[in-house]
Design a protein around this ligand. Sequence first.
Ligand code: S3P
Length: 172
Amino acid sequence: MKKNNVILIGFMGCGKTTVGIRLSYRMRRIFEDTDKLIEKREQREIKEIFAAEGEGFFRELETQMLSELEQTVSSRVISVGGGTPVREENREILKCLGTVVYLRIRPETVYERLKNDTTRPLLQGEDPKGKICELMEKRKTAYESCADFIIDVDQLSVEEILEQITGRVGEE
Ligand code: S3P
């Protein structure tokens, strides 16, 4: 059965964490961020996990964390890493966890927001713009297929995004 968490998904830089924290205040709920939970458990940053163990290892930790949340939490706001919905197994867990909100963003906006970021290992190569477009193209069906609803965030303030989410979640 579907639980009553609100889960934020979307590409890196779409605002999952910022929106998630503000949403949790607004809804008086506890906020969880799977990347932060993984970092805490591993006692190291995501970029260190990628560098030392590779992406595959990180993806295993991600799936494990997600299924633990599914078994243990309810009534929370949860933000997950940008790559989480790519695995079909994860999409199934996301759907069971609660209402899935996809914060959709254009590649140009991601690039503008993250061009000076050093914390995302997947965007540290020669051509971050090309990488953003490539990953976005590969992932968009996965994001759309597990979303209960989609918000196009490029032109919206955090406040406007919150209005849309609380309006829609209330209707469910
Ligand atoms: C990733 C997104 C990151 C983090 C890791 C991999 C991805 O999270 O999980 O660097 O594959 O898109 P954010 O979406 O919070 O940046």
